[in-house]
Write a protein that binds this ligand. Sequence first.
Ligand code: MRU
Length: 371
Amino acid sequence: MAARTAPKQTTPPTLEASADGRSIRILDQTKLPHDVRFTTLRTSDDAARAIVTMQVRGAPLIGVTAAFGLAFALRKDPSDAALSAAFRALLETRPTAVNLRWALEDVRNRVAPLPPAQRAAAALAQARDMIIEDTSANRRLGEHGLALLKKLAARKKSGDALNVMTHCNAGATATLGWGTATAPVYLAHESGLQVHVWVSETRPRNQGGALTAWELASRGVPMTVVTDNAAGHLMQRGLVDAVIVGADRVTARGDAANKIGTYLKALAAREHSVPFFVAFPGSTIDWTIRDGVAEIPIEQRSPDEVTCVAGATESGGRAKVRITPPGVAARNDAFDVTPASFITAFITERGVCRASGAGLRRLYPEMTAKS
Ligand code: MRU
């Protein structure tokens, strides 16, 4: 088999396993973009805490972090009971991204039939493989997306940049490399295609303004941060050629959950005939459910994230300030669901397909029996 290597990145790796497999070093995303800091995770509890506090975030990265968490738990105690307990604790960390369940099940299915003494090493090997698999899947996904972007660019006047809008951070920071929504953009930029990205800030946690802007700037991709509320306005004026977002869970019929605000962009895109693409690897598909609005659990987060904003001060310090009157009610649904009918196409590591159950089954025929 040919050697597989992870492609070069221009932002630090989000997760690296130590040579002895006893720890992972993660990029602490709660500090970005102001500080680039790393934290070492050594136990299953460390991994769970990093996911809950969003030091690691983004569907694929959450999944791989949890896989290492399971491996660490098995190193301490490889029994069936310990496997079940760690599996449950890690699964409960965040509810919407199905990559978490996918990664945990993948490790559990691999190790459960083995004698306990062999489990930790097998789990570690599986988690290590996921780093390479996610990076190379995103690279392939990027190539399929690039072909779409080239077609759209061919319709532009010569010299005009292709304007792509994205939401949240479905970039390298949310994955093990390349990102999903950003992979086609990075490849377009590398190939000399003129591309410009509208980065929607993504209240309340501002993953767009903080993380996507940081990533794109690090790679020299032309971009502009806009408020979430600007999307419809920009589309109405013909300033958006395509929207590409990531996904936290895609149902067997093609409904897609992603960061809150994605659905509004899809509505505006439909009104203004702007192609709306959702990019994700196969690990994001939940073949067990069909109706996304009814069946995808939506994470409810602290109202504090709505009533306050946090960031850097002029003098370089960090501050959190309240923007609402004290004590007002606030609700913080972290994700929304875009029905398949609003999505122009899916971009996956296996190619581009219609946003429908039939489209997904064509690319993942081995899953037909499950859906
Ligand atoms: O709450 P987050 O920051 O984990 O949400 C992330 C997103 O919504 C991403 O768009 C999604 O996970 C896709 S990541 C490739």
